[in-house]
Design a protein around this ligand. Structure first.
Ligand code: SAH
Ligand code: NI
Length: 464
């Protein structure tokens, strides 16, 4: 029966059709309300569970469709009114219409659902999401596209699933100092008559402005991502005169078509090729291509939690896999005897080595390369860590990494993840290799967005 109905709607549901008095039954992992028409799911922006509404179909796919709210009949108690539609339409803050408390519950549930679906762990006690003190203006980094809109150079953000720029100057979730620099640069670029990049023709100069600001230090880095290396010097001097906190200005030339923001080469035109910030009291140099958590205050909570789970001892040897600029290992180094880190971005490893020297001298060893290649080598070199910290990108861990990590026989693996789905998949694989997840704690690193960060503690099932 349901198969028949499914087929029927699939065939006959029309774009632009309006359905009345639908009830929102769920929220997708990326914050869209789910309504069902005889079982066929439609994803609706700005719609929360429990709400009833009229919606218009905007797109019909094979297995699901998309819709837009026409009129609310009832609204959720968890809804907060937001005047800034662009935050939802761009996805910059795709949960901004949901109360922060409900966001925390949503994130906890994302982790629980992923663990039950992908790791077969049901009724697993996922701890309550650790919330943030700063619910707005927390981001220390912005990567802002620049485009011509109606003949004028604009900064803004792309509408979801598109490359239409919605002009914006107040990004709400990033440090206001970053917005101020952006607004200043937009005016300077307009004054100098420069053109913005056009994806269709490949013409135009300015592609992106990438701005980073040390949360504790206030130091600012600006990277002009251009289609050619020809930025007027006056713009750089106007910028550094107006904002003494700017400590690094770089040009990155990206000639490639496509979505990748940075091209291969960075050229420093003012100051150093890095800015400095502090994290958990340690000093860190951060270069333009290196990863650095965008929410410093919450990253500090996350790392402290990771250390608490690790129960570090002075004799411990630890692995800091996916080490970036070395934050996790260096902030733990005072508590342990040695740190081995690995990371694919050479500039980040260069930062990590400098950062180790700045803070803890010779306890830390870093290598450039893939963790799934380097870890098996450390294993065959006889390195026997007591705790392995992993902090991979969204795609999670490689099988070779998990096999080598399990063979090393560490007492625990502390897994920091920004993707509950791959986290759960890897938890299952670790389970098959002798490590059991005993606790998982989501931490809200990205308030107002659907993004979930989680730290898990996995322990060896059998004593060595
Ligand atoms: N632990 C750091 C960085 C975490 S982000 C911090 O907390 O700041 C994940 C890092 O993994 C990025 O720096 C990315 O460049 C790196 N990375 C991605 N794929 C990798 C791989 N296969 N092996 C090693 N590092 C990788
Ligand atoms: Ni997502």
């Amino acid at each position: 029966m349901s198969v028949f109905v499914f087929f029927w709607y699939n065939f006959y549901m029309q774009k632009n059709e309006v359905f009345e008095a639908a009830t929102v039954v769920d929220l997708t992992h990326d914050g869209l309300g789910v309504v069902r028409v005889d079982g066929f799911p439609i994803f609706v922006e700005n719609a929360l569970p429990g709400e009833t509404l009229h919606f218009r179909v905007t797109k019909v796919g094979k297995n699901f469709g998309f819709g837009r709210v026409e009129k609310f009949l009832t609204q959720s108690d968890a809804r907060v009114t937001t005047s800034d539609a662009a935050l939802l339409r761009t996805g910059i803050a795709d949960l901004v219409h949901l109360s922060v408390d409900a966001q925390l519950v949503f994130k906890q549930r994302q982790v629980a659902v992923a663990l039950s679906k992908n790791a077969g762990l049901r009724d697993f006690p996922v701890l309550e999401t650790l919330g943030a003190h700063e619910k707005l203006a927390y981001r220390n980094k912005a990567q802002i596209p620049v485009r011509m809109v109606a003949g004028q150079l604009e900064t803004g953000f792309f509408r979801k699933n598109s490359h239409d720029l919605i002009p914006m100057t107040d990004f709400m979730i990033q440090a206001p100092e970053i917005d101020a620099v952006l607004e200043f640069l937009r005016a300077q670029l307009r004054l100098s008559g420069l053109t913005a990049y056009d994806e269709r023709t490949g013409r135009g100069l300015v592609r992106h402005l990438v701005i980073r600001r040390g949360h504790h230090s206030g130091e600012i880095m600006v990277v002009f991502v251009l289609s050619a290396d020809k930025l007027p010097r006056e713009i750089v001097s106007a910028l550094t005169n107006a904002f003494p906190a700017v400590k690094s200005v770089q040009i990155n030339v990206n000639k490639a078509r496509g979505n990748t923001i940075f091209g291969p080469i960075f050229r420093t035109v003012f100051g150093a090729d890095f800015i400095t910030d502090t994290l958990l009291g340690k000093t860190f140099q951060i270069s333009a291509p290196a990863f650095y958590q965008v929410n410093t205050a919450q990253a500090e909570k996350l790392y402290k939690l990771a250390y608490k789970f690790a129960e570090l001892k002075p004799s411990d040897i630890i692995i800091d896999a996916y080490s970036g600029i070395g934050t996790i290992g260096i902030c733990a180094a005072d508590k342990v005897s040695a740190v081995y880190g690995m990371e694919v971005i050479p500039e980040a490893v260069e930062n990590a080595r400098a950062n180790a020297q700045l803070n803890v001298m010779d306890k830390c060893h870093y290598e450039v390369g893939k963790a799934e290649v380097i870890l098996p080598r450390l294993l065959s070199d006889g390195i026997a860590p007591d705790v392995i910290f992993v902090d991979p990108p969204r795609k999670g861990l490689d099988e070779n990494f998990i096999v080598a990590a399990a063979k090393m026989g560490a007492r625990s693996v502390i897994y920091i993840s920004c993707n509950p789905a791959t986290f759960a998949r890897d938890v299952k694989r670790f389970d098959e290799h002798g490590y059991r997840l005993i606790t998982a704690q989501p931490v809200d690193l990205f308030p107002q967005t659907h993004h979930v960060e989680v730290v898990g503690k996995l322990v060896r099932k059998q004593k060595k």
